[in-house]
Design a protein around this ligand. Structure first.
Ligand code: NDP
Length: 288
């Protein structure tokens, strides 16, 4: 039996996840196929129901379903539950009945990006997080779980940053937290204190714009952008020009995919193959 995995979202046509996962299945000789499926909010419940079958390994979830999908699942575990956002669903069939379990592998992906590519751990860091959407939820949870000294969340709609901090209160520990508007002098002033600044807004994805004026960024601090295409956003370019170290989001995409792959197959993910497939898919896209 050929098994199936998917990524659902809207829009989904630009996803490179099929290239990453199909390369991994091929490298390990696993008889499985991964497809990107356009699913509108009104179609979500029916689509999820249709995947309760023995040949489903699971699926990834992206915009705009990361929060809404929880209602369609049998359980949400670990970071998926704590972050309130699901990016991976694991299908488990026992005696003909398929249970769907939600998880969040963005948290693992971000942590591994910092550790493997930046040599950095969030413990004790002063973290300025720009954005309060689904990606920011995973980053904020990592910062709280790993014991950051401070976590400041700056978002265009500041009430969304407060909601995020309220939702994650149970993970807070000793981290001092605050929320503030993105376009505010206080956010710019915090650039001088932050040891890590993370762009988890979508600013820079479709335009060469930076979400915040970076004049005050600390030389030697680390700037991370969750965006992976373009590889160097305006945020990363300006941070680098001001003496910060920089990391793009491609590693996070690959590591979250590897964690999902391992949940679905019970097999160690071929991370190097997945990384090469991701880089190849982006280069192909750039040539079109
Ligand atoms: P969401 O739609 O959930 O959140 C978008 C965020 O961007 C919100 O904080 C929103 O602010 C902010 N934003 C959007 N437009 C503007 C604007 N014009 N000015 C200021 N702020 C703005 O998206 P996600 O969190 O899922 O994704 C955010 C980015 O992170 C995307 O580029 C995505 O590709 C990337 N990402 C990468 C991952 C990876 O594996 N590398 C994983 C997850 C995400 P507001 O709340 O005020 O609207």
């Amino acid at each position: 039996m050929t098994h199936h995995a998917y990524v659902i979202g809207s829009p989904i046509v630009h996803s490179i996840s099929p290239s990453i996962h199909n390369a991994a299945f091929a490298a390990l000789g696993i008889d499985a196929r991964y497809e990107a499926i356009e699913v509108l909010p009104a179609q979500l419940a029916d689509w999820v129901r249709s995947k309760r079958s023995e040949d489903t390994l699971g699926f990834n979830v992206t915009l705009p379903h990361k929060i809404a999908v929880r209602e369609q699942l049998d359980a949400v575990e670990g970071d998926g539950d704590l972050a309130g956002a699901v990016n991976t669903v694991v299908a488990q069939t026992v005696d003909g009945a398929t249970r769907l379990i939600g998880a969040n592998t963005d948290t693992v992906g971000f942590r591994r990006l910092l550790a493997d590519e930046g040599g950095v751990h969030l413990g004790g860091q002063d973290v300025l997080l720009l954005g309060a959407g689904g990606g920011a939820r995973a980053v904020a949870l990592d910062a709280l779980q790993d014991g950051a000294a401070h976590l400041w969340i700056a978002n265009r709609h500041v009430e969304r940053a407060w909601t995020l901090l309220t939702d994650l209160a149970s993970a807070s520990g000793r981290t001092q937290t605050d929320a503030l508007p993105l376009q505010d002098g206080r956010a710019r002033n915090l650039l001088e204190r932050a040891s890590i600044v993370i762009n988890a807004t979508s600013v820079g994805l479709a335009s060469d714009e930076c979400p915040i004026e970076l004049a005050g960024i600390r030389p030697g601090s680390l700037a991370v952008d969750l965006i992976y295409n373009p590889a160097e956003t305006a945020f990363l370019r300006e941070a680098r020009q001001r003496g910060a170290r920089v990391l793009g989001g491609l590693g996070m995409l690959v590591y979250q995919a590897a964690a999902a792959f391992e949940r679905w197959t019970g097999t160690e993910a071929p991370v190097r193959v997945m990384r090469m497939a991701a880089e190849f898919a982006l280069a192909e896209r750039g040539r079109r």
